[in-house]
Design a binder for this molecule. Structure first.
Ligand code: ATP
Ligand code: MG
Length: 278
C-alpha cells in the first residue's frame, strides 16, 4: 500500500487545502517483528498493534515506592484513534512512555504487533521506537536554533536514511507547513511549532503516533487544528493515534476513550458521537 501526500492537512480553519500534492510517497512502516528481532515469530495479522497485560510501574525514590501503574491490560488495534484521560498523577504519562518504548514497565507483558518488548535492552528498545513510533510532546521539544526542515530531518540522520530533504519536505507538507520550512521555532506560533513536531514524528513513517497532551500548551482553536491533523493522518494514512488529553471536547474527536485513575483503567469505551474537525 503506497500513499502520497494529498495536500496540506489540518487547514480546515484557514481554508487552505489541496495545493501540496507534489510530495514523495508516504507509507507507514508495517510493524514487522522481523525488522528488529530476527527469528521471532510473526504476529497473526489480525492481532492488536498494542497488547498490554498486567502492566505495572513502580518508581522507587529512596525508601518510598510510588505505584504509578497497578495492572493495566488493554488492546489497541490498527487504525484506532484513542484518547487517554484521567486526573493528574493517574499514570497517563507513565503509560504513554511505556507504550512509546521510552521506558520499561516493572512488571507485566507488552506486545507491540506480537513482539514482546517489555524485556528488551535499551538499544533494542531504541530501534523499535525509531522505526515504529512517532512521539509528540506537550512542550514540542524542538531545538531552538534549527529551522523546521532541519528539525524534521534529524530522525532521518539518526536512522542513516537517504532522501532526507525530500522526506522531510513531504512530512512538512502533510502538516501544512510548506511555507514555514526555513523558519526557526522562535519565528513560529505554538500551533506551527507543534506541526513541526508532528512532522518530525511522521518522518520515519511510523504506523503508531503517540502524543502526551499535544494540545496542552495551545489555545482551543489551535488545539482543534492539531487534532484535525491527527484525524487526517488516521483517516487517510491509517496511522494508529493514541494521545493524552484533559479536555473532553478534544477527546470527543476520537472514537475511543480510556480513563485512568490511580494507575488503573476505570473505563474504556467508544465515543458516542465522534466529532470531525473541518
Ligand atoms: N520519574 C518519576 N519518579 C518518581 N515518581 C514518578 C516519576 N514519574 C511519575 N511519577 C509518579 O507517578 C505517578 C503517575 O505520574 P504520571 O506522570 O504518569 O501522571 P499523569 O497522569 O501523566 O499526570 P499529569 O496529568 O499531571 O501529567 C505520580 O504519582 C507521579 O508523581
Ligand atoms: Mg502526564
Amino acid at each position: 500500500m503506497s500513499m502520497r501526500a494529498t495536500g496540506r492537512i489540518g487547514d480546515g480553519a484557514t481554508g487552505r487545502r489541496g495545493d501540496g500534492a507534489s510530495g514523495a510517497g508516504f507509507t507507514p512502516s508495517p510493524l514487522d517483528p522481523h525488522a528488529s528481532s530476527p527469528g521471532r515469530p510473526v504476529a497473526s495479522s489480525g492481532g492488536p498493534v498494542i497488547r498490554l497485560r498486567g502492566i505495572t510501574k513502580v518508581y522507587r525514590m529512596g525508601s518510598v515506592a510510588v505505584h504509578a501503574l497497578r495492572g493495566i491490560s488493554l488492546d489497541v488495534y490498527r487504525g484506532e484513534m484513542i484518547a487517554i484521560m484521567g486526573p493528574s498523577g493517574s499514570g497517563k504519562s507513565t503509560l504513554m512512555n511505556i507504550i512509546g518504548c521510552l521506558d520499561q514497565p516493572t512488571g507485566g507483558s507488552y506486545e507491540l504487533d506480537g513482539v514482546e518488548v517489555s524485556q528488551l535492552a535499551d538499544d533494542e528498545l531504541a530501534k523499535v521506537r525509531n522505526r515504529r513510533i512517532g512521539f509528540v510532546f506537550q512542550s514540542f521539544n524542538l531545538l531552538p536554533r534549527l529551522p523546521a526542515l532541519r528539525q524534521v530531518e534529524l530522525p532521518l540522520i539518526y536512522a542513516g536514511a537517504d532522501d532526507r530533504r525530500t522526506r522531510a519536505t513531504t512530512a512538512l507538507e502533510l502538516v501544512g507547513l510548506t511555507d514555514r520550512m526555513h523558519h526557526r521555532p522562535t519565528e513560529l506560533s505554538g500551533g506551527q511549532q507543534q506541526r513541526v513536531a508532528i512532522a518530525r514524528a511522521l518522518v520515519n513513517q511510523p504506523s503508531l503516533i503517540l502524543a502526551d497532551e499535544p494540545t496542552g500548551a495551545l489555545d482551543s482553536q489551535t488545539s482543534l487544528e492539531i487534532i484535525g491533523i491527527f484525524q487526517q493522518l488516521n483517516r487517510e494514512h491509517g496511522i494508529t493515534v493514541v494521545f493524552v488529553t484533559h479536555e473532553h471536547d478534544i477527546a470527543e474527536h476520537t472514537r475511543r476513550t480510556i480513563h485512568l485513575r490511580d494507575g488503573l483503567v476505570v473505563s474504556d469505551g467508544p465515543v458516542a458521537n465522534p466529532r470531525v474537525v473541518g
